[in-house]
Ligand binder design. Structure first.
Ligand code: F6P
Length: 329
């Protein structure tokens, strides 16, 4: 049993497959500690609006395999204001919430830091398909999004191969190239463009298509991270430079949906468990992160300053896989 009697849980920012698994784990771990759990709907905005629902064992039944978030989500402008945050604090006090588990990405954790500074204990769980949170080497939803993108690109490849075409596929990732690079490696892309590497169009696109053609390929797959710019523009530049007419596909929000993979369900469940355990044991204002496979708790302020860099050895591996030794420097 814990000294805490009631906590809130919310999902905020872009949804990610596995968020429901995290909510379920929070609720069921709270029950194990004898803590009551209130679901705050629609993220930080819901806290301001006192938009809540009582959660029990049954409320989260059958949610483990569902994508999206049963608590809904939002990006709140009001929470960015002092007035909005003051209202959120008064709602926490009114509802008797002694802690909040906030599930989301960077924006969610900035909100968590502000709330913790106003005296409300918060523990964060990283969930975003972008995998762009510095303090953790994994964020819930990334694996599912990668697998969804791979499935779509495998389908595209069938038709590109039949017509001997070039495909330009834009994947999400905000300002990071994790999704694009992992997916690019997994589909054997001809080229991958990521924001972490300044693009040299001739070297990174034209010469890679040319090398692929010389190696015997008759169809080409170019994966573009949205942080680089529009796949439509890349398609136009390909046409202007080498006269082939690519087909452009923007995968968009398809990547955010779907049933979470084993990795996302399992990671979300562990993170949910450790988030409530931390609150119950009085360790608060932290982010639950994975580092070298294990779960750690990192103070929110420190976590927000941590950086994670795209592993450029993976970029090199992607390049090598296409043409063996014939990699341009
Ligand atoms: O952060 C997740 C993400 O899907 C990004 O990859 C993308 O840039 C953004 O959210 C899209 O946001 P929205 O759902 O508001 O269009």
């Amino acid at each position: 049993m814990s000294k805490i009697k009631r906590i809130g849980v919310l999902t905020s920012g872009g949804d990610a497959p596995g968020m429901n698994a995290a909510v379920r784990a929070v609720v069921r771990t709270a029950l194990a500690y004898g803590i009551e759990c209130i679901g705050i709907r629609r993220g930080w905005q819901g806290l301001i609006n006192s938009d809540f629902v009582q959660l029990n064992r049954e409320s989260v039944a059958h949610s483990l395999s569902r994508g999206g978030t049963i608590l809904y989500t939002a990006r709140s402008e009001d929470f960015l204001t002092e007035k909005g945050r003051a209202k959120a604090v008064s709602v926490c006090k009114l509802l008797g919430l002694e802690g909040i588990v906030a599930i989301g990405g960077d924006g969610t954790f900035r909100g968590a830091l502000e709330l913790s500074r106003l005296g409300i204990p918060v523990v964060g769980i990283p969930a975003t398909i972008d995998n762009d949170i510095g303090c953790t080497n994994y964020t819930i939803g990334f694996d599912t999004a990668c697998n969804t993108a791979i499935e779509c690109i495998d389908r595209l490849r069938d038709t590109m191969q039949s017509h001997e075409r070039c495909s330009v596929v834009e994947v999400m990732g905000r300002n990071a190239g994790f999704l694009a690079l992992y997916v690019g490696i997994a589909v054997g892309a001809t080229a991958v463009l990521v924001p972490e590497r300044e693009m040299d169009f001739q070297r990174d696109v034209v010469e890679r298509i040319r090398d692929a053609r010389l190696a015997g390929n008759t169809h080409f797959m170019i994966v573009v991270a949205e942080g680089v710019g529009s796949a439509v523009d890349i398609g136009k530049r390909i046409e202007e430079s080498i006269g082939i007419s690519p087909r452009v596909t923007v995968l968009g929000h398809i990547q955010r949906g779907g049933s979470p993979t084993a990795r996302d369900r399992e990671t979300a469940t562990r993170m949910g468990y450790y988030a409530v355990t931390a609150l119950a044991e009085g360790r608060v204002n932290s982010i639950i992160a994975t580092q070298e496979g294990g779960i750690v708790e990192i103070p929110i302020e420190e976590a927000l300053q941590m950086e994670k860099h795209l592993q450029m050895d993976r970029y090199r591996i992607m390049e090598v896989m296409q043409f063996g030794g014939a990699v341009r420097g």
